[in-house]
Write a protein that binds this ligand. Structure first.
Ligand code: NAP
Ligand code: MG
Length: 501
């Protein structure tokens, strides 16, 4: 239902950030952002289009090619990033609260994410002046060396589940490498990015180095990925949009990195520490209301402990406290947006239609503490076969499919039998099994006796349809650099010019 104009007039209006200024959209239009806990709009965001995207890309291109940014040395870039990290730390609480208001994830989770976010800036700040080329031994009469140079303007396209964290994963290496950036946050969660960008200015980055264009994917994101001056698209989101971006980028041979979805197996062996494995299963699917790319949405349990494990899991998950995400003891919050809410409920129906048995939840949460918010009951299905849609498609909500297996080979076969390959969990006390499973599972991250662990030091990304390229760790900076080989001849004269030298 549309909000009456009068009420809309009282909402804060959040402008875009282009070339060091907060500006209205070219069209002058706004759109509403919702608070998922109340299911009501609370602010207005500038609705960007191709004209805004073009202004932002041109500003980023100017900042890349002229003015103070390209004149900075790598240590100076590092110093700016370090200051940015410090400012994020000082503002972590405020930014975390803003994210909760916009995406409904738990304050306890978002505050922890924001307290951790400075580490990503600090890590890449340190890396900025450690980007080293090589002197290459050459069989020709030449001194050859490599330079690792920035790409130019990078577009960073961000989803709604962890806006500022996923922005940091792109912004920090992109800036450390000397690029300039246009960020396009999700239409559902733009508010925190527009607050964060004030810190960019405060840290002292020259204008145009970081810009934010807000709006809808097809209106504000599409012109960014099509723009000829954009040299790289760093994307986190669904595999569908990722595939579209990949094909669009092909036209101009733009670089891409794609962090996409998953259907990750979380595998419990009979020899696991059962208390830990139960917590690991819960953390894999009910933390963040299941709205995490690495969700352990397929729980593979060894047959000999299947029934006992499911019983313990259901008993534990049943106690999850739902409600206001701003309250620190809430454990499961609402789903972030209305289409996603409907999608999750739709998948619950799909699973029931496919013959899965509901052993927990199975629909909307109608608890008083959930009010009118977009809440789904933590849901567990047993009797799932791996070829069912509920086991193959990403739900991105608190819905778990439990699949039994007999031995290691079957666990690997089921674990890998999916188009995705983002992450996998293994619960075992057997060290040989831990190493073997880690090698055999097709996933960019394998966790043994833990789940959802991440660090700025450790590469993160997908196998198969879960993506391309890696974020975090030293590898990540290569995604924002290109290699130039320089040849300085040491020959006294140019040899036969008609023959390749
Ligand atoms: P999405 O629908 O693919 O959207 C992601 C971003 O792309 C949004 O900013 C969206 O803008 C934008 N977009 C949509 N169409 C576009 C176009 N034609 N051109 C340019 N940009 C466009 O994903 P989501 O629903 O926001 O996020 C959930 C998905 O992200 C899940 O699949 C999840 O697994 C994945 N994810 C992956 C990781 C990872 O690291 N691998 C991490 C977190 C989430 P609008 O929102 O305005 O449409
Ligand atoms: Mg919102």
């Amino acid at each position: 239902m549309a909000t009456p104009m009068k009420a809309r007039d009282t909402f804060p209006k959040l402008k875009m950030y282009i070339d060091g200024e907060f500006v209205d959209s070219a069209s002058g239009d706004w759109f509403e952002s919702f608070d998922p806990y109340t299911a009501k709009p609370w602010c207005l965001i500038a609705r960007g289009n191709a004209e805004d995207a073009d202004r932002a890309v041109k500003a980023a291109d100017r900042a890349f090619t002229s003015g103070p940014w390209p004149a900075l040395n790598a240590s100076q870039r590092g110093a700016l990033l370090r200051r940015l990290g410090d400012l994020v730390a000082e503002n972590a609480e405020r930014l975390g609260e803003l994210e909760v208001k916009d995406n409904g994830k738990l304050l306890s989770e978002m505050a922890a994410q924001l307290r951790y976010a400075p580490s990503f800036y600090h890590y890449f700040a340190g890396l900025a002046d450690k980007i080293e080329g090589a002197v290459i031994p050459n069989d020709k009469a030449a001194f050859t060396y490599t330079l690792h140079e920035p790409l130019g303007v990078c577009a960073a396209i961000i989803p709604w589940n962890s806006p500022l964290l996923l922005t940091a994963w792109k912004l920090a290496p992109a800036l450390a490498a000397g690029n300039t950036v246009v960020v396009k946050p999700s239409e559902y969660t733009s508010a925190s990015t527009l607050e964060f960008v004030k810190l960019i200015e405060q840290a002292g980055f020259p204008k145009g180095v970081v810009n934010v264009v807000t709006g809808f994917g097809p209106e504000a994101g599409q012109p960014l990925i099509e723009h000829p001056l954009v040299r790289k698209v760093a994307f986190t989101g669904s595999d569908r949009t990722g595939a579209h971006i990949y094909s669009e980028a092909a036209r101009d041979i733009k670089r891409v990195s794609l962090e996409l979805g998953g259907k990750s197996p979380n595998i419990v062996f009979a020899d696991a520490n059962m208390d830990n494995a139960v917590k690991g299963a819960v953390s894999g699917i009910f933390a963040a209301t299941g709205q995490t790319c690495v969700a352990g949405s397929r729980l593979l349990v060894q047959r000999s402990v299947h029934d006992e494990f499911v019983e313990r899991l259901v008993d534990f998950a049943r106690t999850a406290r739902m409600g206001n995400p701003m309250e620190l003891d809430t454990q499961v919050g609402p789903v972030t947006n209305l289409p996603q809410y409907k999608k999750v409920l739709g998948y619950i129906d799909v699973a029931k239609g496919e013959g899965a048995q509901t052993v927990l939840g199975g629909g909307k949460a109608q608890r008083p503490e959930c009010g009118d918010g977009w809440f789904v009951e933590p849901t567990i299905f047993t009797g799932v076969r791996n070829d069912m849609r509920i086991a193959q498609e990403e739900v991105f909500g608190p819905v778990l499919s439990v699949i039994p297996f007999t031995d290691d080979d079957e666990a690997v076969a089921i674990g890998n039998d999916v188009v995705f390959g983002l992450a996998a969990g293994v619960w075992t006390e057997n060290i040989r099994r831990a190493f073997t499973m880690a090698r055999r599972l097709q996933a960019g991250t394998v966790w043994v006796n833990t789940y959802r662990a991440l660090s700025y030091t450790t590469p993160f990304g997908g196998y198969k349809r879960s993506g391309l390229g890696r974020e975090l760790g030293q590898e990540a900076i290569r995604e924002y650099l290109q290699t130039k080989s320089v040849w300085i001849s040491t020959a006294e004269e140019v040899a036969n010019p008609f023959v390749v030298g």
